[in-house]
Write a protein that binds this ligand. Sequence first.
Ligand code: GLV
Ligand code: MN
Ligand code: MN
Length: 360
Amino acid sequence: MNVRQDAIGNIFARWRGTEPSAPAVGTGSHIDAIPNAGKYDGVVGVLGGLEAIRSLQRSGFRPEHSIELLVFTSEEPTRFGIGCLGSRMLSGTMSVDVARRLTDKKDVPLEEVRRDAGLSGSLEEVKLTNGYYKAFVELHIEQGPLLERQKIPLGVVTRIAAPASLRVSVEGAGGHAGGVLMPDRRDALCAASELILAVENAARTSGAADTVATVGICEVFPGAVNSIPSRVHLSVDVRDTNLERRDGVMRAIEAAGQTIAEKRQVSIREELLNADAPAECAAAIIEALSESCVRHQLAYTPMVSRAYHDSLFMSRIAPVAMLFIPCRNGYSHRPDEYASPEDIARGTLVLAETLAALAA
Ligand code: GLV
Ligand code: MN
Ligand code: MN
């Protein structure tokens, strides 16, 4: 395969088809991880995609459309605070100007990180044209318990839920934990605690099981046992399959922030990091995936992805679909995440046949 890396670090490995100028069929995922992560999230889609291509090569198949494996940069928000950096830029969902203003969690600008990684190309060249891909299909672990519970080995994704996230800063007043009396306090952590519960409540009362909201980061300053917290940073992550409902939860969180700020005499600033629309998967790819499952007498079920993926952003420039395999107990984003070799092999087989059908 011909391998290239773009200016944001996305890696492309292309197996040239007999019609090299025709739109390619893409597959792939990510190999970065969150803190305390497992080993399968993303990696299954990269190694599974590589093995699918190699097995097609071994079988003597010759694709008409090129087949391309993609390894996306920074799918997780771990380093730059926003997920799917590589696919956001490939699809033009994130502008070059916004990307240039990003800093990592040590405040190192993206441009410096790129330079240190040897990525000297221009960010303007990252965006792919509409029509670059004929189809994009991503293999991934489910990251939830449904396939395992239903004893179904494969899930064909029809829709990807809409994610949004906020960075929240709460500013109160610090002081001596012994000296400042309770009526005089403006404790930033106490205010943040009320907001965290308001986030949970907003999702719980949305009326739909698909609404989820999480505060996963809480940084407390100055972080001393005998000092009143003066400042707190929170992350808020909200998702739903329904965009209006997701945005309703976002508005409820904003309103709760104003009420709490007034009541506790602190300032609460909410910065919207992303609010993305959901994606619909393409009927033709869903059909190709389903046909392969049927051919091998593998049970499958249509499903919604509640996690986000690079496919969410690739859907802005290409038809996409995803194939899910079970993961033990539905565990993901934790070190005991696991998918069996048998499940990975089944997913890779169906992926390979789907790539072949789309690239023929
Ligand atoms: C991806 O890792 C997600 O948070 O859905
Ligand atoms: Mn992940
Ligand atoms: Mn992933």
